[in-house]
Design a protein around this ligand. Structure first.
Ligand SMILES: Cc1cc2nc3c(=O)[nH]c(=O)nc-3n(C[C@H](O)[C@H](O)[C@H](O)COP(=O)(O)OP(=O)(O)OC[C@H]3O[C@@H](n4cnc5c(N)ncnc54)[C@H](O)[C@@H]3O)c2cc1C
Length: 450
């Protein structure tokens, strides 16, 4: 009998997996605890790199992949680093090269809510909302039964945990798996991109990604996201015929509440924040950011002040302790459920997509009867182990907590040295151009291998 796959979690990886399996004719159903397709903390930006795009191209129907590409925000053209006093340290991208147009090899700024709507398109009938997974049972015939909080159950030949970093499946299946908390916490919030918010940003900030490095381990990242539709959700006039045709017939746009926005993510060493930080509502979080940034430039503070408190949420940066392979069964995991990473490399979503693509490939082989299901899962897990833990380690080494820069005395000295170095580098256009080219080569592993 061809396998029936049950997926827990309708996030980035779970939905990509479901799309790929649906395409290949493998029976699949997804169970998500959010009540509707518009719920959840999806109001932020993810950078999709060539690995992520390649996985999406492999799993989505061709026309839906084109819709995905059409929903990207305007591509950032600058990478800026500023001090907290708004002095420029580095600006990369002032040379006007043509915007990368390859649908796979280009970096894309995507809104998570939009991505969810793209990934739901055409598979709405197999995604069940309001289903909070609580536990599973492995049956004598090797099938698995998932139990949900509402008392209902679902049975499948394979259960895939795609339920994110606090995975309830992982807790039961791999109770020895542990998470390290990094001593860094963040607040992320958004404000509409309008005349007022534009006036707070330089032209390069408006067209790029901006990082702010401040003493004491404080930092901030600012993204400006401009989409092809306006505040009413109507397509803008100048978006080009092809995108216009794709988006005007895409049903997902009516569920997507994403509008042009400025997003900031402020981070601080956890020890400097109150103990109840993770439980605070948006307006309290915003207040904390303002209290800790009293000596920052008034325009940065105005951005914090103008953020919509209903969009603000706290984040404890966490990372999975790398795991050794476990005996394979008819339960497996992908994405954050198995390898949560810090935002250091910005590859959490890309790796979840890559897992989904790999698992689809293996399950299609099992579906054709060319391999037993458990062997297919084993092959997927072996491949996932081969790249995931290296990315977990690298992401950890690049994000906060115990970095020397966060230390009180040595940190200040290092920051001063780093700033001097960045200022000098800022005046070397050829070196900067080479650095951008080198950076581009490292995003998306298969591209790097070429
Ligand atoms: C602010 C921010 C910025 C980020 N930026 C980037 C970036 O630029 N690039 C990048 O690659 N990554 C980025 N990431 C990381 C990325 O979002 C995650 O790594 C990625 O979403 C993981 O996908 P996933 O499918 O594993 O989990 P998720 O997308 O988190 O999906 C998990 C799903 O499971 C559901 N769920 C949870 N528990 C249950 C349950 N018990 N029962 C049923 N359903 C359940 C959840 O509601 C959710 O829908 C960012 C993360 C944050 C917070």
């Amino acid at each position: 009998m061809p396998p029936h796959v049950i997926v827990i979690g309708a996030g980035t990886g779970g939905l990509c997996l479901a799309q790929g399996l649906r395409q290949a004719g493998v029976s699949v159903a997804v169970y998500e605890r959010d009540q509707t397709r518009e719920d959840g903390l999806f109001g932020y930006r993810v950078g999709i790199d060539p690995d992520g795009s390649r996985a999406l191209a492999a799993c989505l129907p061709e026309d839906l992949f084109q819709v995905f590409v059409a929903t990207k925000a305007e591509t950032p053209r600058f990478m800026n680093i500023f001090t907290e006093k708004r002095a420029e340290l580095l600006r990369m991208g002032e040379w006007d090269t043509p915007e990368p147009s390859d649908p796979i090899d280009s970096e894309k700024s995507i809104s998570r809510m939009t991505l969810r709507q793209v990934l739901l398109t055409g598979i709405e009938d197999i995604v069940h909302f309001g289903k909070e997974f609580v536990r599973y049972h492995q049956n004598a015939d090797d099938t698995v039964t998932a139990h949900f909080a509402d008392g209902s159950t679902a049975r499948g030949d394979l259960l895939v945990a795609a339920d994110g970093s606090s995975s309830a499946v992982r807790r039961q299946y791999l109770p020895h798996a542990s998470m390290d908390t990094v001593d860094a916490k963040c607040v992320t919030a958004k404000l509409p991109l309008n005349a007022e918010s534009r006036s707070l940003l330089t032209p390069e900030m408006l067209r790029g990604v901006t990082m702010i490095n401040a003493p004491g381990g404080y930092a901030c990242i600012i993204h400006v996201m401009e989409f092809k539709w306006d505040r009413d959700g109507t397509l803008k006039n100048d978006i080009g015929g092809n995108d216009s045709a794709l988006l005007s017939t895409w049903p997902g746009l009516k569920y997507d509440n994403t509008r042009d926005y400025v997003m900031w993510g402020w981070s601080a060493p956890g020890k400097r924040l109150p103990a109840d930080f993770m439980r605070l509502p948006g307006d309290e979080l915003r207040k904390i950011v303002l209290e800790h940034t009293k000596d920052w430039h008034p325009r940065f503070r105005a951005l914090f002040e103008a953020a919509d408190p209903t969009t603000a949420f706290p984040l404890q940066v966490r990372t999975t302790t790398p795991l050794k392979p476990w005996p394979t069964s008819t339960i497996t995991l992908l994405g954050d459920a198995i390898h949560t990473m810090t935002p250091g490399l910005g590859v959490g979503a890309n790796t979840a997509l890559r897992d989904a693509e790999n698992l689809v490939r293996q399950l299609v082989i099992a579906h054709r009867g060319e391999k037993p299901l458990v062997d297919a899962v084993r092959a997927y897990e072996a491949e996932m182990h081969s790249y995931a833990w290296e990315l977990v380690r690298k992401s950890k080494s690049q994000f906060g907590g115990n970095l020397p820069l966060d230390k009180p005395v040595i940190g200040r000295a290092l920051l001063a040295g780093m700033r001097t170095g960045l200022r000098a580098f800022n005046h070397m256009p050829n070196a900067k151009r080479k650095a951008v080219q080198a950076m581009e080569k490292t995003r998306g592993h298969r591209r790097r291998q070429r």
